[in-house]
Design a binder for this molecule. Structure first.
Ligand code: NAD
Ligand code: SER
Length: 316
């Protein structure tokens, strides 16, 4: 049951995850409880659904004032530079991904905020991590600036929990597939583009090779995982860095075959670019047994169900 005194701020609410998370949180809470914020203009799907404020999370003072003005008790921090974009400007990606998190953790500490959510990624793993069923605790030597920033962010989250008792919670999302808002510059974006191109011209040129397997998840599962983690009793949250979570694992070849079941004339060509190196450094599948054991995580969508749902919604 949502607490009547909660006031929730979503930072980066106009991105791929932010739009859907904000809409879901607004379904669960009274009007005015969930405040959306972003650098960008308000996303069309958010318009008319609740309060929206323009915010650059890099400005700690503005963020602090906003927290006080709206009596914010929980923050979901989704602003970040993703893997492929990060490689184009590594120092900027490091700066934004780290400083945004430190600004939120510091204000959470100073104002004694109730809960913070910050996502990590499968990108924390590197070429020397086990590729199959990558465990929660294993070799973590990321080779992208995005992965380095996510790993450092995980350490900061655990540090603020241990040292200052900030109740910060985190998931290592796999690649997320969705249709409501555009993806933001990641290596797994091919798994969204392929649906749009299949429907618009019956063909897709993949920037990853046919057999590049990566852990993936459909957005409804990711939103549910996020909210279930945030609603779990604090005593159940044993991992204060970030939890592995999984749902499915597939390659461009697999998803093309799945789309062909619906559109037999669909064709695909493989033309890998620099994103192939990023994908090669990541796990093929994830062991999420700690999330399952600690707070009951269970995915609902596999590749068949996700493909059907994506095609149905994109054709509307
Ligand atoms: P996105 O790029 O689609 O959205 C990020 C949003 O943050 C954008 O709307 C952007 O305008 C906003 N933003 C950027 N800088 C900002 C700033 N300084 N102040 C305020 N807002 C700012 O990203 P996403 O896919 O929604 O990802 C959200 C989080 O989840 C990120 O931390 C990302 O690393 C993580 N994640 C995403 C995926 C995925 O597949 N989408 C997978 C793993 C982890
Ligand atoms: N989907 C994200 C990316 O490719 C993974 O964190 O960057």
């Amino acid at each position: 049951m949502p607490n009547r005194d909660e006031k929730i701020l979503v930072v980066g609410a106009c991105g791929q995850i932010g739009v859907e998370l904000t809409l879901q949180l607004r379904k669960m809470h009274r009007e005015g409880v969930v405040i959306a914020s972003d650098l960008r203009e308000e996303h069309p799907l958010l318009k008319g659904t609740g309060p929206y404020v323009s915010l650059d999370i890099m400005n700690k003072e503005t963020f602090h004032v906003l927290v006080l003005r709206y009596n914010i008790t929980q923050v979901y921090l989704l602003a970040a530079i993703l893997s492929a974009t990060g490689e184009k400007n590594p120092t900027l990606a490091w700066h934004i991904n780290m400083q945004s998190l430190l600004n939120v953790l510091e204000v959470a500490k100073e104002e004694n905020l109730a809960k913070i959510y910050w996502p990590s990624s499968i990108a924390v793993f590197g070429p020397d991590s086990p590729k199959h069923n990558t465990p929660q605790h294993t070799v973590i030597e990321p080779t992208t600036v995005y992965g380095i920033s996510k790993f450092a962010g995980e350490r900061w989250c655990e540090y603020y929990f241990n040292r200052y008792n900030v109740d910060v919670r985190s998931l290592r999302y796999p690649g997320l597939i969705s249709y409501k808002s555009q993806p933001g510059g990641g290596t797994t974006d091919y798994a969204i583009e392929i649906f749009h191109d299949a429907l618009s011209n019956g063909h897709y040129t993949s920037f990853l090779n046919e057999n590049t397997y990566l852990p993936m998840m459909y957005m409804p599962d990711a939103i549910r995982a996020t909210i279930e983690l945030m609603e779990a009793d604090a005593s159940k949250i044993k991992v204060r860095s970030s939890y592995n979570i999984g749902a499915m694992s597939f390659s461009p070849g697999d998803i093309a075959a799945e789309i062909k079941k619906h559109f037999p004339d669909f064709t695909i060509r493989y033309k890998p670019d620099s994103r192939q190196n990023i994908a090669n450094s990541w796990p093929r599948s994830i062991d999420d047994s700690e999330a399952k054991n600690d707070w009951g995580w269970k995915p609902e969508y596999d590749i068949e169900r996700m493909t059907e749902d994506m095609l149905k919604n994109l054709q509307h």
